[in-house]
Design a protein around this ligand. Structure first.
Ligand SMILES: O=P(O)(O)OC[C@H]1O[C@H](OP(=O)(O)OP(=O)(O)O)[C@H](O)[C@@H]1O
Ligand code: HPA
Ligand SMILES: [Mg+2]
Length: 189
């Protein structure tokens, strides 16, 4: 049954961009950079739900400093492949931000709206510093400027799924990152 479901999901994938080994390798590299930059700082590492949850889980295990974790759920795509333009807070962090070194962990920066909003929010809450670590950066589609401090891969202008990234809540559990066949979403929009 599981095999059949996997085969069905794979049929929707145009091509695989990054397999498990590539993701693991780049995550280890990012973890080393973060470790070097945050020695003695006890950063507050904030995962942007839901897309970044798999990356967060792998990344923190590659960071060799004390750190704290928190989770924020924001959403702007709904069941579409196009940003609604409005970032909605679904769940806020539980931690006081003032005076903290905040590291935001994201799966992808696309238009930049989500991260622009979050950086502004944490600065407004008087974080000591705010940095961004994203697995994927899609610079061609940027609408709002965002300073990305740590980026795993620069990706082409295509709709990606897998390893946390969804289309209409599906495909997050694929172990790799791939391009979704446009036929899958053109049928529905
Ligand atoms: O740069 P942007 O254009 O803002 O896009 C990036 C954001 O969009 C996706 O989240 P989404 O809103 O789909 O929620 P999800 O993480 O729960 O899938 C993705 O996980 C990023 O958080
Ligand atoms: O390419 C993408 N895939 C999935 N979710 C996304 N959110 C912004 N861009 C993407
Ligand atoms: Mg999404």
């Amino acid at each position: 049954m599981l095999k059949e479901l996997r085969a069905m999901m794979h049929q929707d994938i145009e091509s695989i961009l990054y397999d498990q080994a590539a993701i693991q390798q780049v995550t280890a590299k990012l973890g080393k950079q973060v470790t070097a930059d945050y020695q003695g700082k006890n950063p507050l590492v904030i995962c942007v739900l839901k897309g970044a949850v798999l990356f967060m889980a792998d990344l923190v295990r590659q960071i060799d400093t004390h750190l704290e974790m928190d989770f924020m759920d924001v959403s702007s795509y709904g069941n579409s492949t196009v940003s609604s333009g409005e970032v909605k807070i679904v769940k806020d962090v539980n931690t006081q931000i003032a005076g903290r070194d905040v590291l935001i962990v994201e799966d992808i920066v696309d238009t930049g709206r989500t991260l622009h909003y979050l950086v502004d929010l944490f600065k407004y809450r008087q974080a000591k510093s705010v940095k961004i670590c994203t697995l994927l950066d899609k610079p061609a589609t940027r609408v709002v400027p965002v300073q990305v401090d740590y980026a795993g891969f620069k990706v082409p202008d295509a709709f990606l799924v897998g390893y946390g990234l969804d289309y209409a809540e599906r495909y997050r559990n694929l172990p790799y990152i791939g391009i979704l066949k446009s036929a899958v979403y053109q049928l529905k929009q």
